[in-house]
Design a binder for this molecule. Sequence first.
Ligand SMILES: [Zn+2]
Length: 305
Amino acid sequence: MPELPEVETVVSELRPKLKNKIIKEVRVLLPKMVAVGPETLPNLRKTDESVALNFAKTLKGKKITDVSRRAKMIIIDLAGKFAVLVHLKMTGQLIFLDKKHLDKQLRLFNIETYKPVRLPAKSTHVIIEFTDGSRLYYNDFRQFGYLKLVTDEELAGVAELSGFGPEPLDKIFTYREFEKLFKKRPNASVKPWLMDPTIIAGIGNIYSDEIAYYAKIRPTRPVKSLKESEKKLLFKGIKKILQDAVDHYGSSVGDFVRPSGDWGTYGLLHKVYGRSGEKCKRCGTIIKSLKFNGRTGSFCPKEQK
Ligand SMILES: [Zn+2]
């Protein structure tokens, strides 16, 4: 599932590509992947052809003015009063190809045996074509993500855009701000606490493991037991690990693909996530994984106290 570094990668790669593009045509191949209006969509939803038609018709001729992000939501701003919200959920992919590269062969899964394909693939559900012949494809293997058309006034009412904790990479997110967050859920363990989007936005399974490793803290430790020095390391870890991951275009474990069709390379640098049973890269101890609170946390049993 894409986390902050992956969504940030999508946004920062798409912004220069999509800015000032004019939408020529929208093809919705699977109507349930699009929506109109601010309401929250259930993961399993019904197909509504008229919504898809309305979605495509409204977008036709519109110009893109900006691409931004809040938590894990991608916001494509249009000239006039509309915006398209894209949530990748589990397996969503946004891929941009210019006119010259429409027949590019892409590997949509980071699996050795996966054969490259030309888009549209089986998992392509929406195609946005621009007047210059370039295209934006929305692929989603598990079909939990969506593209949602809203008006600027409706934006404030989108539940999936509100209730989030601070953006961890923002400059205004300082240690003083971080310290205040420990009032929330003091009995929670470090991993689920880091993953709670109402506490800090955008951290999931991968980065909570990597951050806890950086801070040398067991993912199962209650946050109220953390010493001042550990809190400081945890804060440093949040900034460092997430920024490093952004600098490496995210982690392509499974099906995260950059808009260029290339993979993020941070997965190669994971210290604990997905490495259960392997040796710790720093001390050689076998990495352990533990199920708790319905999550699996991986850690170095020697270094993480
Ligand atoms: Zn170790």
